[in-house]
Structure formats: structure tokens, C-alpha cells
Design a protein. Structure first.
Length: 345
């Protein structure tokens, strides 16, 4: 089986592409079969030149209304479409795709595994990750942390928010929770200014630069809990799962792609949402996302702050739960689909 995906060490598709290419290469070769990265909501292959006799697409999407404009055609063109979450698979099936299943993104247990917590230094450090954009909800993090940090002088924020795509960064202008002014400055400068303008003390924040995936665990291990109030996720959220694999629990939305991994046993799930209608540039309905409640975020932060033993217990469960997400398992699942399609050809 050939793999047609991007590669890289600092963004989701690149990481997935590198691991899947490596692990699938270890399995018996399937002639005439290609596993593709599906690009965009039109469900097209990222690299059409790699089209083969049998074609399997791997997709993640967040716009559940927009996707329905393309699913019928895609079902005719692809031999099989693999969704990155049960939520995405459900939307594909609604749209008429029958040859579909779910394979979650993996984690590398060599890099992401339980590690001792740092020595008690009287700080409570909250981690927030993912590229800074409206969908991922870092504005909710800022709004909650502004209150929480005022209450607790020992609370600190560690962020891995670098966004290499200006159009995505600019979506934060939609937020009703923070002030955000996009500019032509580099992302780090924009983030520093945004935090300052929204009442987050700069001396109590660590803003990480763009970090190689093999190094990011060093940041995870210095923190006490993660916070991921994403409005929508097409996958299981690689950053969040890597964080949990390190034996840390999270406060996280439990809708869309997160629903495949977030439980009451491994996390502090958010439960209070308002449906959020998202429109495209033409003003047409594009998606229905889930808007978390800032007050619930603050409540969960307070609980975690006062009950560190519960955080530790949930973190242990989280690490054990994430073991099932190894990339070699994902590769075997893709290979099994390809083998089945070859047998039926």
C-alpha cells in the first residue's frame, strides 16, 4: 500500500503522514492501493497525481453541513473513506457514504508516556495547546484564566498556540469573549499582545515557540492539567491525546471528535453547550458547533485546583486509555481495509 500524505514534525497531518508511512511500510505490500490524505470539505485527494487502482481516503472535517454537499459524489469516487472520528463517520453516513469506518490518530508511546510530576514549587500550571483559532477555543481559555489567575496567584498558563496560517488565526475576531486584533506581525507577537490586552499577566505565562513533536512532551511534563474547550474537532485531537498519554488529565469538551476519548474517568468533561451556527464566506450555513460555557470552565478549574489527588487519579487512567492509540495499530487497521478491498476487486 502506498501512502500519499504530507510529512512534518510540527503539524497534525505531517506527523500522521510520517508515522503512517513508516508503519505501513512494515506490512506486506498491497499493489495498486493508495492511502490518501483528503484535503478540504470537498473530499478530494490532496495529491490527485497519486490516484491508484484502489483508493482509500483519510479525512477530518469540522463543517458538518458543508460536507453534505459533497458526500454523494465522494462516495462514488472513493473505494473507501476512513474518518478520523466517530462523529465524522456519522456525518459521512448521513450523507450517503456506506464504505466508511473510523480510525483514530495515534500517539508515539516512545515520546508520550507517563512521567513523574515536577517537584512541588507551589505553582499550579495549566497547559493549553493547538493552533490559536476560533474553532479550538483558546479565547475561552483566556476568558476563564483571566478570572482564575485573579483568584489564585499561584496559577500559571503554558501555551503551545503557534498558528502558521494567518487566515486561521484571523478567525479569532469572531470571539465574543476576548479582544483580538489581527495584524501582519509574527504569530508570537500577536499572541503576546492578545494575552496582555485581555488581562493575562505576562510574567505568569509561557508561550512556546513552534516545537518539534518529539520535544513537546518536555512542556507537558511541567504542567498539572490541560484545558481543551474546543468548539469542534474532526479528529480525536492529537495534541490532547499526546498530553493525556503523559499521565495528565484534561478539562475538555466531550462533543464531536473528543467524544472518542474523553470520559468521566480520564478527564473533567464539559457538559454545558450552546449550539453555534457557523456560516461560510457567502453567508450560507456551514456547520453547527458546540459553544462551551466559560463559567463551567472556571468551575472545573477550581475543582481541579482544590482536588489534586483527583487530577492524579484521572491522569493515570488517561495514560492507560491512550495506549490503544499507537500508530502501529492505526497502520494495521488501514492495511486490513486495503487487503479487504483487494480481495473484492
Amino acid at each position: 500500500m502506498k501512502v500519499s500524505m504530507p510529512s512534518g514534525r510540527a503539524h497534525g497531518w505531517g506527523i500522521a503522514g510520517e508515522y503512517l508511512t513508516r508503519e505501513i511500510a512494515k506490512l506486506p505490500f498491497l499493489d495498486g492501493v493508495t492511502l490518501h490524505c483528503i484535503s478540504g470539505h470537498e473530499l478530494r485527494p490532496m495529491n490527485p497525481a497519486e490516484w491508484n487502482r484502489i483508493n482509500i481516503g483519510y479525512c477530518f472535517f469540522e463543517n458538518d453541513i458543508e460536507i453534505l454537499r459533497h458526500t454523494r459524489r465522494a462516495a462514488r469516487e472513493w473505494d473507501f473513506i476512513v474518518a478520523g472520528s466517530s462523529w465524522c463517520e456519522y456525518q459521512l453516513r448521513i450523507g450517503g457514504v456506506r464504505q466508511t469506518s473510523t480510525i483514530l490518530q495515534g500517539i508515539d508511546p516512545a515520546n508520550f508516556h507517563p512521567a513523574p510530576h515536577r517537584q512541588d514549587d507551589s505553582r499550579f500550571i495549566i497547559f493549553s495547546g493547538g493552533k490559536f483559532e476560533y474553532r479550538k477555543g483558546q479565547d475561552l481559555v483566556v476568558a476563564a484564566m483571566r478570572v482564575f489567575m485573579q483568584r489564585h496567584q499561584d496559577a500559571y498558563l503554558a501555551c503551545s498556540w503557534i498558528n502558521q496560517w494567518p487566515f486561521s488565526l484571523a478567525t479569532m475576531t469572531q470571539s465574543q469573549h476576548i479582544t483580538f486584533r489581527p495584524s501582519n506581525e509574527d504569530c508570537m507577537t500577536v499572541l503576546q499582545r492578545t494575552l496582555h490586552e485581555n488581562g493575562i499577566p505576562p510574567e505568569r505565562v509561557y508561550l512556546a515557540p513552534l516545537v518539534d513533536n518529539t520535544q513537546i512532551q518536555q512542556i507537558y511534563q511541567q504542567t498539572d492539567i490541560g484545558i481543551f474547550p474546543n468548539r469542534c474537532e474532526g479528529g480525536n485531537n492529537m495534541v490532547m491525546c499526546e498530553y493525556m498519554a503523559c499521565g495528565r488529565t484534561v478539562i475538555a469538551s466531550d462533543a464531536t471528535g473528543h467524544a472518542d476519548v474523553i470520559t468521566n474517568f480520564n478527564a473533567f468533561p464539559l457538559t454545558n453547550y450552546i449550539p453555534l451556527l457557523v456560516k461560510d464566506a457567502a453567508g450560507q450555513p456551514s456547520a453547527i458547533w458546540h459553544e462551551p460555557c466559560v463559567e463551567e470552565l472556571i468551575e472545573q478549574l477550581e475543582y481541579a485546583y482544590h482536588y489534586r489527588d483527583v487530577c492524579f487519579q484521572k491522569g493515570q487512567v488517561a495514560a492507560n486509555d491512550m495506549k490503544r492509540l499507537a500508530w502501529d495499530n492505526a497502520a494495521r487497521n488501514f492495511h486490513a481495509i486495503g487487503k479487504s478491498l483487494v480481495a473484492c476487486a
